[in-house]
Every structure is written in C-alpha cells, then in structure tokens.
Design a protein around this ligand. Structure first.
Ligand SMILES: C[S@@+](CC[C@H](N)C(=O)[O-])C[C@H]1O[C@@H](n2cnc3c(N)ncnc32)[C@H](O)[C@@H]1O
Length: 264
C-alpha cells in the first residue's frame, strides 16, 4: 500500500503559468461536478479529499450541510483559511477516504473531485463511500482521463517530433501521471473500479484537448472570443464522449440501493 502524504500541498504541484485550456478545464470540472451533485437545502454532503474546500464553499450556497474529509494537515489549514474567509464553519475531518469515520447510511451525497487518483487504495475508498450514503443518495466522482483525445493526439505529435529529431521541451510528458498519483485512470478502468461497489447511473465528459501540446499556446494567441468558442465547442463534444474527454464525471448509487431520490 502507498504511504499517505500528510503534508501534501497543492502549492507544490500547481503550474507557474495557467494557460487558457487549463483554466477552462478547472472551471468546467468544478461546475460540472457541483451541477451533478445538485446540492439541496438541508442535505448532508461529504466531500472526500476536499483540499482547499473551495467546492465546499460553493456547494454551501445551496443551504446544504457540508462535511470535508482530508488527510493532509497542510491542505486542512488551507481549507480553514478558505472557510474563514467565506464566513463558514464547516467541519473538516482529518481522515482518509479508505477509512471514513462516519456512520453508515448517514449522508445524502458524497463528492470526490480530482482526488481518487491520489488515494493509496481507490477501490477501498469507493467501497467506503458507498457505505456512508443513505438509500436514495448518490456519489459523484470526477477524475482526469489519461486516455483522452488530447493525450492520444499528443502522443502522436510526439512520435512525429521524435522521428524529426525535435527536442522534447517537457520535464514530464502530460500523459504521464505525476509522482503524487497512485493510479492512471481511463474511462474503462474508472467504470470497472466504481462498478465493484456502486451502480453508475450517469456519466458525462468535461473539456477536450486540454494539455495537448501546443493547444494552450494557440488558444492564448487567439482573440478571446474565438478561444472561448473553441473551448466551449469541444466541451460540448466531451459531454457526449466521456471516453475521449479530459475529465470524467460519474454519478453512482451504492450497489445495494437501486434508486435516486428526486429528478434524474
Ligand atoms: C488534487 S487535490 C483535489 C482537492 C479538491 N477535491 C479539489 O478538487 O480542489 C487531491 C486531494 O486528495 C487528498 N488525498 C490524498 N490521499 C487521500 C486519501 N487517501 N483520502 C482522502 N483524500 C486524500 C490530498 O491530500 C489532496 O488534498
């Protein structure tokens, strides 16, 4: 089992320069995840691997009661700052997703965004998430797709560059997972792993071509309205083609329960 990094800090992994494709990806990933969670007043929602608690602040606007879960003491202190700045006193548990210290069947919804590929045992964490959800509730999982169209095209571009003897400008190729990742998710692998404990009931893709070599630089040079048109157009395509999208967002019901409360 991999060790849990109790001092993990996103300041050390964020790129120095955020290109338009990455900025759009982060924005859409958060928006699509929160839309899928669809927080309602009074609901109890657990954010597993909540990081800085930015999604917690955004979801709290609905009147839902949020609980954060985060192992890293550094991220918990960032989360406390975010919550204080926004006048919120949401509770952040210091724990891991593989061992959720919450009573079974006690939360309406679980959200886990951009975090599962950092976990030592993602399968065990999905099993724990399934356990704490009430009948009628669901989990929303959002994760980067390492078999995206952008990465497939990127690999081809780099194959051509190698043949032409063009120097590789990257320290780490975008389709190689960073060292703090424990698993490289693809669409098929995510569905298979989630399917062991949860029944997947809705899937969408978010953004397309983000991080493809040259794409961010091209967008940065284009007039803003044209760049935005392209980003939104590819995002619409990604929605229908999650297997090729940059991020996959799943909504799933614990395998023991079969239905979701309210409209689908
Ligand atoms: C990339 S951050 C994502 C944070 C947040 N969900 C967001 O979207 O901004 C991944 C987070 O997962 C946390 N993490 C790593 N291993 C974990 C585990 N086993 N259980 C729960 N969280 C974990 C990390 O400390 C980190 O804060």
């Amino acid at each position: 089992m991999n060790r849990i990094d109790l001092n993990w800090d996103d300041n050390e992994v964020l790129p120095d320069r955020i290109r338009p494709d990455v900025e759009f990806l982060f924005y859409r990933m958060s928006r699509a995840t929160i839309d899928m969670v669809d927080p309602k007043p009074g609901e109890r929602i657990l954010d597993v691997g909540c990081g800085r608690a930015i999604d917690i602040v955004n979801m709290s606007e609905s009147g839902a009661m949020l609980i954060g879960l985060e192992p890293s003491f550094v991220m918990i202190s960032h989360a406390r700052e975010t919550l204080k700045l926004n006048g919120q006193n949401t509770f952040v548990l210091q724990a891991i997703g593989e061992n959720i210290p919450i009573v079974a069947g006690s939360v309406d919804k679980v959200v886990c965004k951009g975090a599962l590929d950092h976990f030592a045992d993602p399968g065990k964490a999905l099993q724990q998430m399934a356990l704490v959800i009430k009948p009628g509730g669901y989990a929303v999982i959002a994760i980067a797709n390492f078999e995206s169209l952008g990465f497939k095209l990127g690999k081809f571009i780099f194959w051509v560059r190698r043949i032409l003897n063009i120097r590789n400008p990257y320290k780490r190729l975008p389709w190689e997972p960073p060292p703090d990742h424990t698993i490289k998710f693809s669409y098929g692998m995510l569905l298979k792993l989630a399917g062991q404990h949860l029944k997947v009931d809705k899937v969408i893709g978010v953004s397309m071509l983000s991080c493809m070599p040259g794409w961010g630089d091209l967008l940065a040079r284009l007039p803003k309205n044209i760049a935005s048109f392209l980003l939104k157009g590819f995002d619409r395509a990604a929605r229908l083609l999650p297997g090729l999208s940059d991020v996959i967002v799943l909504r799933c019901v614990p395998a023991l329960h079969t239905t979701i409360n309210g409209p689908s």
